[in-house]
Design a protein around this ligand. Structure first.
Ligand SMILES: *Cc1c(COP(=O)(O)O)cnc(C)c1O
Length: 462
């Protein structure tokens, strides 16, 4: 047995560095005013620690950069394509592999092939671009998460699971023929990056097979999911992450991936299926919108970097560091009395702004107000997942979102433990004076995806 050390060391050395964006308080006040209290409008070099997203923000390894130099940029049949195809097949076991420029391109193609009016796609939870692409095809998207997923204060090991009884009932109600696929999102991004258990995945697969409905996996964070299974599910402690991942893929008929997450690349994705008919039709849409099937909207070098990243992410020293450093941030915040979504997920910690700022009603955008205060205090950028993002504003009315969260998404291999310590210090400081944080008022926003362009200002004291 190796001793277990308390300190989580980064399992890498650093060869190339970038400066952080240091600013003064006065500068940040000006920047925030100019951005109309919308952190999407802040220039990245005015941000000290950027937790806006874990998507496309990973640090690539020396091996990935070396692979980039080997990129074969031939239009058709590039060597880089075959390296990439072999990496995806080796991992997933699926026959037909199509590169795309990012996850949503795979979704658009898949639902153009299999969606359409009158059909319903059922998922543990659709990610927002997935839902948008299901609906754009004319189909309906239904989420059937386990009930405990919606209770943020309750900690459970696999809050990403599908509600199996609800799934059976829904299939009976709609009829299998009207359900073109069942989708399992690993990890469950919309519900806090919570993992799906192997037991649940296996049972969903059995139900899908019994009703002859294809099962597709949305695997942006498959390796993080595999690691949670190893750590939390009975019978998997001695299995390696790669084996666990292969078992996960074995239960489904195909998958798609935003490689901007667990493949450590800054752009890229793929769709992989076993069904030759789906593959043939998907290839037509691929050529229409992305490019020839051996490059699919990417450069040969991008395919090489993805191939390397898909293998590197299953390194257990990396996964241990990844998951533990997010738990560490969660532990630090909990100790400081900051309410978070329990337990922390695989890629982010979510602060429950409804509980931290009970004096601000949803119409005062508590999570956005908190995110702005974190920026003002120390240049930390996070993202609101609440009524600014999901609230409905129609005909002068206001319908708040179900939750008011601030997401602290952690880019992969980018920040160190001392950055996590710094974050805990800053957030504890802000939480201690939570009562003084003022509500925001929405000045204007676009009807769709309001959070990207909304303009706000602090409410003046009455
Ligand atoms: C990010 C993500 C997508 C969309 O991928 P993009 O690369 O951003 O287009 C789809 N599903 C899940 C679960 C994701 O996390």
């Amino acid at each position: 047995m190796q001793p277990t050390w308390k300190t989580i060391i980064e399992p890498f050395k650093i060869k190339s560095v970038e400066p952080l964006g240091f600013t003064t308080r006065a500068e940040r006040e000006r920047v925030l005013r100019d951005a109309s209290w919308n952190l999407f409008g802040v220039a990245a070099d005015k941000v000290l620690i950027d937790l806006l997203t874990d998507s496309g923000t990973s640090a690539m390894s020396a091996e990935q950069w070396a692979a980039i130099m080997r990129g074969d940029e031939s239009y058709a049949g590039a060597r880089s394509f075959f390296a990439f195809e072999a990496a995806v097949r080796d991992l997933t076991g699926y026959k037909f592999v199509m590169p795309v420029h990012q996850g949503r391109a795979a979704e658009r193609i898949l639902f153009a092939v299999a969606g359409g009016p009158g059909k319903t796609v059922i998922a543990n939870s659709h990610f927002d671009t997935t839902r948008a692409n299901v609906e754009a095809s004319g189909a309906t998207a239904i989420d059937l998460p386990v009930p405990e997923a919606l209770d943020f204060a309750v900690s459970a090991p696999f809050k990403g699971d599908m509600d199996l009884r609800a799934l059976e009932e829904k299939i009976r109600e709609l009829g299998g023929a009207n359900i073109p696929m069942i989708v399992m999102t690993l990890t469950n991004n919309s519900l806090g990056g919570q993992p799906v258990s192997m037991g649940n995945l296996r049972r969903v697969s059995e139900i899908a097979r019994r009703h002859r409905i294809p099962l597709m996996l949305d695997v942006a964070r498959f390796a993080e999911n595999a690691w949670f299974i190893k750590r939390r599910e009975f019978g998997y402690a001695a299995r390696c992450a790669a084996e666990i991942a292969r078992e996960m893929f074995s239960y489904a008929d195909g998958c798609w991936m935003s490689a901007k997450k667990d493949a450590f690349v800054n752009i890229g994705g793929f769709l992989a299926v076993n069904d030759p008919q789906w593959s043939a039709r998907a290839r037509e849409f691929l050529i229409l919108g992305e490019g020839f099937p051996t490059y699919g909207g990417l450069a040969g070098r991008d395919l090489e970097a993805m191939a390397v990243g898909l293998r590197e992410v299953l390194d257990e020293h990396y996964l241990e560091y990844r998951v533990r450093s997010i738990e560490y941030l969660g532990d630090g915040l909990r100790r400081a009395g900051v309410p978070i979504v329990e337990p922390p997920g695989g890629h982010a910690v979510y602060i429950d702004a409804k509980r931290l700022l009970p004096h601000i009603p949803p119409s005062g955008y508590p999570a956005q107000a908190l995110a702005c205060e974190l920026y003002l205090t120390a240049g930390v950028r996070s993202v609101e997942i609440g009524s600014l993002m999901f609230g409905r504003r129609e005909n002068g009315g206001f319908k708040p979102a179900r939750m008011e969260l601030v997401r602290l998404a952690i880019p992969r291999r980018v920040y160190t433990q001392s950055h996590m310590d710094f974050l805990i210090e800053v957030i504890a400081d802000v939480a201690a004076r939570a009562k003084t944080i003022r509500p925001l008022r929405l000045l204007d926003s676009s009807p769709r995806l309001a959070h990207f362009t909304a303009r706000l200002e602090p409410e003046t004291v009455q």
